[in-house]
Design a protein around this ligand. Structure first.
Ligand code: ADP
Ligand code: ZN
Ligand code: ZN
Length: 804
């Protein structure tokens, strides 16, 4: 029996989910821990690769048979044992490789190349002592894996003793931020003596002495400079005289530093209180229970979340709260920060890698007790979790498109079981899957059927655009909607207008021959962008000039079709020259902080109309908004996807919910070419329960989720034939493993069959109970490695959220 480390290695074309055993060098036996990254030799050539230590234990093997760990990449674990365990489950259930899962859990900068800096943090430790281990010339920039095991072991010991610290530095990226802190070395009794020794006109020095003599707390140099209106020279002079010491410390980059607006808990209404009581009881009893909080828009779900989190904190526990694409819902972050202040760490794509890394470390060091973030925040290295909340649980952004194709809801459930804590799923329009589970008592349903303070839901009117167009109205605005906007402008109330697209015009078409300009790499038409005066592909980024004549028949009658936010904005400006309009879409929000800026402006009533894409549909709470207009309700309905009705209903309900949230009554206009479609008709009354029953019936008829599970397998290749053949081969292998009840769709080309010059073929399996399926699909995943080398990419998606 010898001690070995089990390691998951990072070799893209040779992946496997079984770890390899490696010997642990003698000097590292005490230092190596599960969750560290290491460098190990791999394969015949003993190429050096990165690996994660997932287990350390005794094994019955011959030491000569094993290779040895080369070096450590970290001096402390980057993942704890919970997350390592989670990665194993994640790989298994999402049919992905464990290495991909492990990497997904780390912040970007840990995946990227970074170097490290050594810092002495203990006064007892001398520079010479450290230089004995590592020459001081290397302290600024060293790679752990270039050190000898002995050096690694010595440094690791010092770190454990709290004598040194390792600061990570991302190459070519922002470094950790350093500031000076100042500690006073004089007291009140010394003040007059020192002042007497100063020149009469040394007023600044006198101010400094006065401050220091009465200040025992540490302050930052910049604060002091501002407060006393003194220069850094004065402070340095004070340091020379021994009145103070200056110390360089690392400061976290805090994207919410400027944050103000502390809030206090509101008195809950009866329904909110009942919901809170049920969830708190579960926290109290350490139950891994899932609640579905179904509350209409404006029913006060957020307040329930906040008080639930407060309850968990009061019990000495922590909380995770997920929000969809947080950059789009900055109001939510504001509300959580407002309640819990510095205890909150925020993780989302709007932050720089450096900021994210700092927040991640604050969580890991137990300096934050509440994590708010988008999908991947579900992997936050937070411990002792008391409650997990997923707001707008129906949102598709909770499912990752790339491997590992996980759904944050499932990961949350796993962690809820691990910590024996409740999981709260909140939505005005729960996903059918979740609502169906609450029907079967798998989840406990909590309902908030009324808006706060009895505010009525807004009145929704459906406008038949087929009729409107016949009366000669223009493409984008019906007369009733125009009247409603005009009325709001007169009353100084605000309007939100939603358009389901972006760009200036969707596509261009030749009026003589019907030619549509398509992307040369993808099966998709190019979109006209007026800002860059070009045609762009939204899938691969291909860009080309706007054609002046038809490339097919050379006619000059080439016209713009469809519509976009930019075009609508111009139309609005012509129709309402005095209106102040804000546009929010992918193009106006590319810059960091742009979302927040636009929403702040709108919130401060510095604009009358907020025009935007889907990104304005969610979570906004502006009391002065009394009108919501949906310019084109149909775009989602046209998609070849069994969830298109659900998506349409959700979107319309969400966006309608932005109107009339305070004491002013709200009104909603939905323009559509399908006024009789049930998703649109039911959105009119915002009757989720009726929609749920109707849609469940349709899913049952069509044998779709939540009645059936779905699994999608896709093959991609430059040659259409190869992709198709591979899918037929996969099906041939799977078919004998499936029962007669399983339904297989395909192989067929995907609805968008070609993207970035690759062809996509898929099969979709619908099933209820297939005991052999998991093993068979896992085998296909393993085999996919061999054709990956031939350029065939195979992807497996359990419960795909989109079939495009
Ligand atoms: P939801 O998330 O369900 O759409 P919100 O949490 O945004 O609803 O609540 C809508 C509004 O009602 C917010 O402005 C919120 O501050 C307010 N609110 C929530 N709970 C209460 C309460 N118990 N008393 C008074 N106002 C409340
Ligand atoms: Zn393209
Ligand atoms: Zn033409």
């Amino acid at each position: 029996m010898i001690q070995v480390a089990k390691i998951i290695v990072d070799v893209p074309t040779m992946q496997t989910n079984s770890p390899y055993s490696y010997l642990i060098p003698k000097q590292l036996t005490n230092e190596l821990q599960v969750g560290m990254r290491v460098v190990v030799p791999f394969g015949n050539g003993n190429r050096k690769v990165q690996g994660f230590v997932v287990q350390i234990g005794m094994e019955e093997v011959d030491a000569d048979q094993l290779k040895s760990i080369e070096s450590l990449m970290d001096l402390e674990p980057v993942l704890n044992t919970e997350l390592i365990q989670l990665s194993r489950w994640l790989a298994d259930t999402t049919f992905s490789f464990q290495i991909t899962c492990l990497l997904t859990m780390l912040p970007n900068v840990m995946r990227a190349k970074y170097s490290k800096q050594l810092k002495i943090v203990d006064d007892q430790m001398s520079e010479e002592q450290l230089a004995d281990i590592l020459p001081s010339t290397q302290w600024q920039d060293f790679e752990t894996d270039t050190l000898s095991p002995l050096q690694q072991s010595e440094l690791s010991k010092l770190r454990k003793q709290g004598k040194i610290e390792i600061v990570y530095r991302v190459k070519n990226q922002a470094q950790t931020k350093q500031i000076f802190q100042i500690k006073s070395h004089i007291n009140a009794e010394q003040e007059s003596g020192i002042v007497d020794s100063l020149r009469k006109n040394a007023t600044k020095m006198r101010d400094l002495v006065h401050f220091l003599a009465n200040q025992s707390k540490i302050v930052s140099q910049t604060t002091l400079e501002k407060k006393l209106a003194i220069s850094s020279a004065t402070i340095k002079a004070g340091e020379a005289k021994g009145w103070l010491v200056r110390k360089k410390v690392e400061q976290y980059r805090d994207p919410y530093k400027e944050f103000k607006g502390k809030t206090t808990p509101l008195t809950l209404n009866q329904e909110q209180q009942t919901a809170l009581d049920e969830i708190s009881q579960s926290i109290e009893k350490s139950q891994a229970k899932t609640f579905l909080l179904e509350g209409v828009t404006g029913s006060g779900k957020t307040e329930v979340y906040l008080q639930t989190i407060a309850y968990a904190l009061a019990k000495g526990k922590t909380a995770i709260m997920l929000v969809p694409e947080i950059a789009l819902t900055p109001q939510m972050v504001t509300r959580v920060k407002g309640r819990f202040g510095k205890q909150v760490a925020v993780l989302h794509s709007g932050l720089s890698d450096g900021e994210k890394f700092d927040e991640w470390r604050r969580i890991k060091r137990h300096e934050a007790q509440v994590v708010v973030g988008a999908r991947s925040a579900i992997f936050a290295p937070i411990e002792n979790v008391g409650v997990i909340i997923i707001d707008e649980e129906h949102e598709t952004s909770y499912k990752q498109d790339d491997a590992p194709r996980y759904h944050a809801r499932n990961v949350a459930q796993w962690r809820s079981k691990f910590y024996n804590c409740p999981l709260v799923l909140g939505s005005a329009t729960p996903s059918l899957e979740s609502r169906a589970r609450s029907e079967r008592q798998v989840y406990q349903l909590l309902r908030l059927p009324n808006r706060i303070n009895g505010h009525p839901l807004p009145k929704v009117q459906i406008i038949d655009m087929r009729e409107e167009l016949q009366t000669g109205a223009d493409q984008n605005f019906s007369q009733p909607l125009l009247n409603a906007i005009d009325k709001r402008l007169n009353m100084q109330q605000q309007s939100i207008l939603m358009l389901n697209r972006r760009g200036y015009s969707s596509f261009i078409m030749c009026r003589d021959c019907g030619f549509v300009l398509k992307c040369p790499n993808c099966d998709i038409s190019l979109t006209l962008h007026m800002d860059s005066r070009s045609m762009k592909c939204h899938y691969c980024g291909h860009e080309e000039p706007i054609p002046k004549q038809c490339p097919n028949c050379h006619s000059r009658k080439i016209r713009y079709y469809g519509t976009g936010t930019e075009k609508v904005e111009q139309e609005l400006k012509t129709k309402f020259p005095s209106a102040r309009i804000l546009r929010m879409d992918v193009d106006t929000t590319r810059r960091k902080g742009a979302h927040e800026r636009i929403l702040r402006q709108f919130g401060e009533r510095r604009a009358d109309i907020l025009l935007g894409t889907q990104m304005i549909a969610k979570g906004l709470d502006f009391p002065n908004v009394t009108l919501v207009g949906v310019l084109n309700a149909d775009t989602a309905l046209e998609l070849p996807d069994f969830r298109s009705s659900e998506r349409t209903f959700q979107l319309l309900t969400q966006v309608s919910g932005r109107a009339g949230r305070a004491d002013k009554l709200g009104e909603v206009f939905v323009q559509t070419f399908n006024p009789d479609h049930y998703a649109i008709q039911l959105a009119k009354t915002q009757n989720y329960e009726n929609f749920f029953r109707k849609e469940m019936y349709i899913r049952h008829q069509g044998k779709y989720p939540p009645y059936y599970f779905t699994l999608q397998i896709t093959a991609a290749n430059k040659e259409e034939k190869m992709a198709a053949q591979k899918m037929f081969a996969v099906l041939k292998e799977l078919r004998p493993q499936l029962s007669a009840d399983a339904i297989v769709l395909g192989p067929t080309p995907k609805p968008i069959a070609r993207v970035k010059n690759k062809y996509y073929y898929q099969i979709v399996i619908k099933y209820k109970h297939e005991p052999n399926l998991h093993t068979a699909v896992t085998k296909i995943l393993q085999e996919s490695q061999s054709y990956y080398r031939q350029g065939i990419q195979l992807s497996i998606d359990a419960e795909p959220q989109s079939f495009m």
